[in-house]
Design a protein around this ligand. Structure first.
Ligand code: XBP
Ligand code: MG
Length: 223
């Protein structure tokens, strides 16, 4: 029987990637850089999880000539990007994906435990729950595993393993929710059954290994 649900954040709880993309582009512009990520470019770049890692990958693949940012500069820029993302979400425009609020309500009522396993950082999770629920993450989720807590981000299993450790439950007792191939690989790598709800940026991903792939969590029945 399922005792806990473990949710990815970006793309799964809410379609956040356009807000992330805007935050990256605003940050590059404010820093006087000529970097700009359009939708097709961002679709490619999303294959690299983690904003700092994504910036390093973009520089390596698309800007190999000219002055190069070192890791410290990438970290500084990424901190600015996080601040900008938090600012964007504070304007209140983001909504939870269809079915998410209701599933979480039903799971809580049924006594299931709730966790998060996300590549993004804690300030962004705080911003999302404030924007979408008017609550802190701890008001909703018992365990919160975020990118800065692990050495290896998704597709490595570390984030879901950390969530399982926090719950102190075996993978067999839990169910994961993801929207991307990298997330699916991370969750299944930790031994979890995984429900995938793809989004605009991930609809063509390979979801082999998923327990099921469904358009949304609307009316999802917890097994
Ligand atoms: C999310 C990510 C993150 C976000 C941006 O992946 O890969 O990098 O795109 O957030 P997942 P940061 O949904 O699989 O967790 O800039 O904070 O990394
Ligand atoms: Mg995701």
């Amino acid at each position: 029987m399922t005792k806990a649900l473990i949710f990815d954040v970006d793309g799964t709880l809410a379609k956040t990637e356009e807000a992330h993309r805007q935050a990256f582009n605003d940050t590059f512009r404010a820093a006087g850089m000529d970097w700009h990520w359009d939708v097709p470019m961002y679709a490619v770049l999303l294959k690299t999880t983690g904003g700092k890692e994504r910036m390093a990958e973009y520089q390596k693949t698309h800007r190999p000539i000219g002055p190069q940012l070192d890791w410290q500069q990438i970290k500084t820029l990424h901190a600015q990007k996080t601040a900008r993302y938090v600012e964007i979400l504070a304007t209140g425009g983001l909504r939870l994906r269809e079915g998410v609020a209701d599933l979480i309500k039903r799971a809580t009522a049924a006594g299931l435990r709730l966790a998060i396993a996300t590549t993004t950082s804690r300030p962004n999770v705080n911003a999302l729950t404030a924007c979408c629920w008017g609550k802190t993450p701890e008001d909703i989720f018992e365990v919160i595993a975020t990118g800065e807590q692990v050495k290896a981000k998704k597709p490595a299993p570390d984030l879901f393993q950390l969530a399982l450790e926090g719950l102190n439950l075996p993978a067999a007792d839990c169910l994961a929710f993801e929207d991307s191939r990298n997330g699916l690989l991370s969750a299944t790598g930790a031994g979890l059954r995984t429900i995938v709800t793809p989004g605009r940026y991930t609809e063509n991903d390979d979801f082999t290994g998923a327990t099921s792939v469904i358009p949304s969590l609307l009316d999802f029945r917890i097994p």
